[in-house]
Design a protein around this ligand. Sequence first.
Ligand code: PLP
Length: 407
Amino acid sequence: MPQTPVSGIREIIDVLRGETGFIYTARARELAKKGFKVVNFGVGQPDLPTPRHIVEEAKKALDAGLTGYTEVAGIPELRQAVAEYLNERYGSDVRSEEVIVTPGAKAALFLAFAAYIRPGDEVIIPDPSYYMYPEVTKFLGGKPVYVPLKWRGDEEGFELDARALENAVSEKTRAIVVNNPHNPTGAVFSYREIEKVFEVAKERNLVVIVDEIYDNFVYEGGFKSFMSISEWRDYIVYANGFSKTFSMTGWRLGYLVVRREVASKLTKLAVNIWTCAPSFAQKAGVVALKGSWEPVKEMIELYKRRRDTMFKELRKIKGIEVWKSRGAFYLYPNIKNLLEKLNMNVETLAEKLLNEKHVVILPGTVFSESEMGKNYIRLSFALDEKLIVEGINRMKEFVEEKLHNCK
Ligand SMILES: Cc1ncc(COP(=O)(O)O)c(C=O)c1O
C-alpha cells in the first residue's frame, strides 16, 4: 500500500499548541485588510522601530559582505558583549565561552530544555506562564507540573511562590522554570522569592531554566536577576535576547548562558538545527549592547505612561479587576465577575470582541491549562496611547451593550 506523505509523524506534534497570539494577529491583519481599524492588544512585541544606530550597523555589515555563516555559538565580539552586559548590569562573572548566541530567546530556551529534560522528568512551571515551556517539556517526553503564582491582593499583585514550588518537587523533578519579569501577568518577583527558588534548586539538585527576556521592562521596584547569584553556574541555564529590549523581534537574536562544559556540548545541538544566528544581526547586536541605551530608556518611560493609561481606562469597565503590573508590557485583569454577568466564557468574549469591535485580547487560557486561565485576559500596552484609549472604550461599549441586552 502506498503511504501518504505525512504518515508516521510523531503524535506529539499533533498535540503541541502553537502560539495563539499569532493566530489572533493573523485574523486582525485580515480585518485590517478589509478596511477595519483594528486595535490589537494581543501583540507580544514593542511597536517602536529598532533604534537607528542598530539598523545602520546591520546595513554596514551587509554592505561589507558579512552574509555568510558565522561561528555556531556566535561571533566572538557578541559573546563577549553579552558577557560584559550581564557582568556590568548584574555583577556577574560570565565568560564569553559560556554564551551561545541563538536565533531568538526561544531557540535558547529550546536548547536549555533539550539539554536537561529526559522522558519522564517533571518540570515545575508557574501557572500561568508563557505557552512554550509546557509545550517543549511535553515534546521532550517530560511532564509539566503547574504551581500557581501567589495572588497578594490588588496592591501587591502576583508573586512567585517558592514554598509551593518546593512542595511540588518530587523524585522525578528535574527543573523549575522562572520567567521574570513575567509574561502574562507583568509581575516582577521579589528578591526573597527568587533567592528561595535558588535555594530549593541547590538543596534538591535541580536546574532553574531562567527566562529574563523582559529584564529591561521594569517600571518600579527592584529586579533581581538570577545572574546576580554568585553560584549561578551550578544551577542556572539562562535565556535572554534582543527582541523586546531593542525592538528586534524579527531579527531573531537571543542567547543562552550556561557553564562552559554544557555550552560547548550544546553547540553540537545548535549546529544540527540552525548553524548560527543571522550574521549581520549579530554584528548589530554588539552595537545594541555597547552603543547608546537612550532609545531603550525612552521606550521604557513611554511604556510606563501607556501602562498607566491602560490601567486607568480599564478600571472604568465594571466587572474587570485589574492590578497595575510592574514589568513586561502586559496587564492581566481578572474578569471572572464580568464573564458570569455576560454568561460567556473567556474565549467567546475574545472572539466576539474581535468580530464585533475589532479589538484583539488574548484569553487567559493561552497561558494556563488550569482553571485560572478561564478568568483572565492578557492585554499588551505596546501600542499608541490613543489606540489604547480607543480600544478600551470599545471594550467598555461592548460590555455595556451586552449587559443591556442581558436585562
Ligand atoms: C517570556 C518570553 N520568552 C521568550 C520569548 C521569545 O523571544 P524571542 O523573540 O527572542 O524568541 C517571548 C516572546 O514573546 C516571551 O514572552
